[in-house]
Design a protein around this ligand. Structure first.
Ligand SMILES: [Zn+2]
Length: 232
């Protein structure tokens, strides 16, 4: 038991209580825009100024946000659990790191800039603008290092290896609507892992999980982590 490997997928629901909205929320940043305008490569090609201003605003929001009790609990689990604890996040906000955890960012990070011409990455300034020059190739092709709809998520090979080798898989605050992340539970279960869903409400893929903890992330995640650490 003590050497069990745990993989935790986190989504927007874990950051909602830190004040960061998602594209499914009414009101807030996302509600003012269409997804195809601000979160697709085609939208960026059409209107880079709009896309940069949208992510500049999200970057400021994320910089001002603080991790909540759920982020803190996962950082505690990663620190105190004797086996490996891998956090894979769909979030781009950096709140896991602010809480002191390490996470694999499958959808990129607001803190990062990416050259669309050569693939170079560098720390994003708070304000990006169209024509931002790449520090490696000098092309005016800087864009947010965010995986947009229609693009392939990052680190999929290493994530698959973690899913196939874990004993316990947990999903925290994810809708189950965005693939490939929505398929992680089947991948982990197929490899023999016990699976737990922690979410505000049942999701589209709840039936795929062995166990469920329903409630706000800031309550159900610390309780679940305390249970795990008490089982040692
Ligand atoms: Zn470049």
């Amino acid at each position: 038991m003590a050497a069990e490997k745990i993989v935790i997928l986190t989504g927007a629901g874990i950051s909602a209580e830190s004040g960061l909205g998602t594209f499914r929320d009414e009101g807030g940043l996302w509600a003012q825009h269409r997804i195809e305008d601000v979160a697709t490569p085609e939208g960026f090609a059409r209107n880079p100024a709009l896309v940069h201003s949208f992510y500049n605003a999200r970057r400021v929001q994320a910089a001002e946000a603080a991790p909540n009790a759920a982020h803190e609990a996962l950082a505690r689990l990663q620190r105190d659990w004797p086996g490996e604890v891998v956090i894979v996040t769909q979030n781009v906000d950096g709140l896991h790191e602010k809480a002191g955890a390490r996470a694999i960012h499958m959808h990129g990070e607001l803190a990062g800039a990416l050259c669309a011409a050569c693939g170079q990455r560098w720390p994003a300034p708070m304000e990006m603008a169209p024509g931002t020059a790449c520090p490696a190739c000098t092309a005016p092709a800087g864009r947010p290092d965010i995986v947009w709809f229609g693009e392939i998520p990052y680190h999929m090979e290493i994530i698959a290896e973690h899913l196939q080798s874990c004993d316990l898989f947990a999903s925290v605050g994810t809708s189950g609507q965005v693939y490939p992340a929505a398929g992680f539970v089947q991948e982990a279960a197929y490899s023999g892992a016990h699976t737990v869903e922690l979410n505000l409400a049942d999701s589209d893929i709840s039936r795929a999980f062995d166990d469920h903890r329903i409630g706000p992330a800031s309550e159900v995640v610390p309780a679940w982590v305390a249970e795990l650490l008490a089982s040692l």
